[in-house]
Design a protein around this ligand. Sequence first.
Ligand SMILES: Nc1nc2c(ncn2[C@@H]2O[C@H](COP(=O)(O)OP(=O)(O)OP(=O)(O)O)[C@@H](O)[C@H]2O)c(=O)[nH]1
Length: 389
Amino acid sequence: MGKRIPVVLVAGFLGAGKTTLLNHLLRHADGTRIAVVVNDFGSVNIDAMLVSAQVDSMVSLGNGCLCCVLDTSDLDGMFSRLARTKPDVIVVEASGLAEPVELVQMVLASRHQRIRYAGLLMVVDGAHFAATRAEHPEIDRHLHYADLVVANKDDLLDPAERAALHATLAELAPGAPVVPSLRGRIDPALLFDAAPHGARTVPRARQLSFDDLLRDAATHEAHGDHGTDAADDAHADHLHSAYDTLNLESAEPLDPRAFAAFMERGFPGVYRMKGFVRFALPGRPDRYTLQLVGRHLSYTRSGWPRGQQPTTTLVAIGAGFDAAALRDGFAACTLAESAGPVADPDIAMAGIRRHLEGREAEDRAAARESDTPGTDPDLSAAEVEAYAD
Ligand SMILES: Nc1nc2c(ncn2[C@@H]2O[C@H](COP(=O)(O)OP(=O)(O)OP(=O)(O)O)[C@@H](O)[C@H]2O)c(=O)[nH]1
């Protein structure tokens, strides 16, 4: 039998930066063949669409959490499918609401001959960590099992906040290295051997044993958490049992002004929204990838990849939000295709462009730094006038 394929689990709360990190790993794989399992909460698998096309093989699991939709034999079937493509490593990106400890247990219980569990990486949103932890104390338990903690969104922390965060994480994940990261940019060698025949070893401080996990499961049951046969009851303590999702889709394009106003309004109870938007713009309109984490809204602009329908597809995740109001508000932003593109697209897009990330945001910052009025590349003369009003 050949070498076993390591399986690395990537977990972390909604919006922490797991998909961003996975894309970084894929882009810097440097010859390592990475097979990927992605899993979204909600029936539209946005994450699968956000993961780069360069992945060698991917299994995408839609609705529900990996920890609930699979049992061990399903998992073995999935590993068999992926193993056929002869990857050097399998990376499993759990949904932001998955129970990482149960996922670890499942991988450890796998009877698949060709795979081995290679560790749990927990991604933490450094900027929202205290708030997330206050609302979801179970995060502490998840961190306890981490083999590596990535303190992401380091750019949003000042030195004092960074020091406090790292001290807390070191306490919650004893023995696990805590690495700061910006946009998930970590050295892939932290997770797997450089391929194909690299000699680097995984510098994990500790490796969870099956005994540890069995102990954890027993403690869990002793607390009455897993008392019944019903899957729903068995998973009642999962993070995601307290969350709802809502899909918003439209084949008709959106009015950018109306949509910008809709997003500015804020949605009590919605923690996360992500997906793709098509605006009613002239020509072949770009794809705007929307990311809302807490109150932070951002867009990135790109073309529509071949094979992806240019339709607006969003998923909202939260607890106790007003789904009807959200659905109605969204519907009010759609325009009939037959109405054609919006007039004055430059002005109409101003409210969207304010939240654009990537190259355009850098251009905007550079223009601001040059301190020359009227040189912002994102603002047309008409827009400058509109703002002046
Ligand atoms: N400022 C900042 N933003 C980041 C960083 N890393 C990721 N983001 C942004 O955070 C948002 C969420 O990132 P994702 O990678 O989709 O997070 P996720 O953990 O996969 O989210 P779920 O799939 O919903 O659980 C996106 O808008 C990212 O661009 C970072 O280091 N700094």
